[in-house]
Design a protein around this ligand. Sequence first.
Ligand code: WT7
Length: 640
Amino acid sequence: MDNTALENRVFNPPAEIAENANAKADIYEWAKKDRLGFWDAHAKELVTWFKPYDKILDDSNPPFYKWFVNGKLNVSYNCVDRHAKSNRRNKAAILYESEIGKKVCLTYGMLYREVNKFANVLAGLGVKKGDRVALYMPMIPEATVAMLACARIGAPHSLVFGGFSPESLRDRINDCGAKVLITSDGNFRRGKPFPLKENADKAMEDTPTIEKCIVVKNAENEVVMKEGRDLWYHELMATAANYYEPEVMDAEDMLFILYTSGTTGKPKGVVHTSGGYLVQTQATLKYVFDIKEDDVYWCTADIGWITGHSYVVYGPLALGTTVFMYDGTIDYPDKDRMWDMAERYGVTKFYTAPTAIRTWMKWGTEYVKKHDLSAIKILGSVGEPINPEAWMWYRENIGHGEAPIMDTWWQTETGAHMVTPLPGVTPLKPGTATVPFPGIEVDIVDENKNSVNEGYLVVKSPWPSMLRTVYGDDNRYIDQYWKKFGDFYFAGDGAKRDEMGYIWVTGRVDDVLNVSGHRLGTAEVESALVECEEVAEAAVVGKKHEVKGESVCAFVILKDGFEGSPELIEKLKKHVGVKIGPIAKPDDIIFTSSLPKTRSGKIMRRLLRDIAEGRAIGDVTTLADPGAMQEIAAKYAGKE
Ligand code: WT7
């Protein structure tokens, strides 16, 4: 990202897209002149309200903003009923393929039926408006059905990514006090069954609020069903009634909680509500991916992440789009699996992450060339900064040299795209997310809130799909996002502005790592490490990685009487994997006898990063013991 000044390749929108695009250039003018009017118009156009709202934005009690005040709606009604009752009834809502080749097509009519039935199942088990429901599921249509059924009842869901460990699942269930857990007997990963239910069982050993566990049969795994607690999805669905009256929800009623890593050891439950979220996810998808009636749209994100929530489930289904969903690894049975499916389903819009693009790049173009990807019109990227090389490769090989790439900057907390080009309007430069979405006010500021060309990325005014709080912890919400700049939202990212005014996001400025587009708190990994009996202290940093963006690098001080060894390194890595999940496993563990600390005891991770990435060690004058760095650097050099 140091070459922003050097990047002067500019790609104008293809004429064909520009002519017919949903968003024309004047959209910026409109939103600038009348920001609230812009959102008001989209709230009216894109959402079916049971009762209209009285006010667009209530900003009387910052940072607790309310959008579409007193409006009443139901999100599942917007995602299924209105399409099932229109000429989209027999249009495919979900096209699904599993790794082993199982195929499912659910039309909007069918999805409507499934969602209604499952809402009845949940209600039959005592789930009411306001109750929390946890989901620990593979990328299967039943996951979408379950999310929408929760929305129908008004029971906020909390999805936990299937790659997370039993302990992570347990902590998230306990934090939100979920009443029901929905899981599956498993799914396939590289041809081998993955035991989700076993993990769920381990988690449920210590989740006092869970009353029932619903299990979707998906992988023919042997599972233990606990009498009185565990129930099969297909058995419950067999007798469920066909219609469940959608709950009338307030625009500000909670739609879901999604946990994400922060700067402390404990993940935050990010709270999203109904009205504003449904407006902005749709508006962004409609314009950024230029969604048209005949699109086959594929976002590769897992539903366990915010990208899955906003752009696999709520945004596209509310717009009545055909969504393709794949559950499996990207190289099974071979490295062309993704392109094989993109060709067979005629995918027109494709949205993925830089880490995946770099993986495909490494594999070479032969796998792409085997397939006809000419249907692809627009590409998307999300999760981390995309390096210009990967951007060019993506455009050339997946976008046949002409499909515009939408590099979308946003976060779990923002709910929807914030900084992104528009395909028919914005000239593109490889590596930059370009400009704020219409109606979104983003800036780059210094410590004193002055607008500058390099500094902190902030959002200057509330936006419809913003998080409303941290579940059960309003203070943490204020501290984390609003303390630093008062009325500006602090995103935790650094950014630069180039001569065209484009925003280049450079990465996190807090103690959060981005490993393969997934957020990980250094504190989370550190606390997993210090749980091991051998470990006295640990400091974790992100180290630049060719494919993953960043990898986890841990500096560890052992307790007296223990010695570092390859076996101990393996043991510690494994422990972190079991404790948090495989994505958190350190690539490097370096034993040292001290860590660089300021006189007030704060670990200076910046210096550790210098060592891990092979740079000259930066300024050490604020260290309590400047000599410490020499030893650590020597230990690190010895490792390689
Ligand atoms: C963090 C948010 C938003 C869905 C996926 C991740 C980084 C995200 C970009 C981008 C540069 C990006 C930021 C952000 N990030 N998209 N296009 N360019 N950086 O959601 O787990 O909440 O992570 O991902 O650092 O703060 P998340």
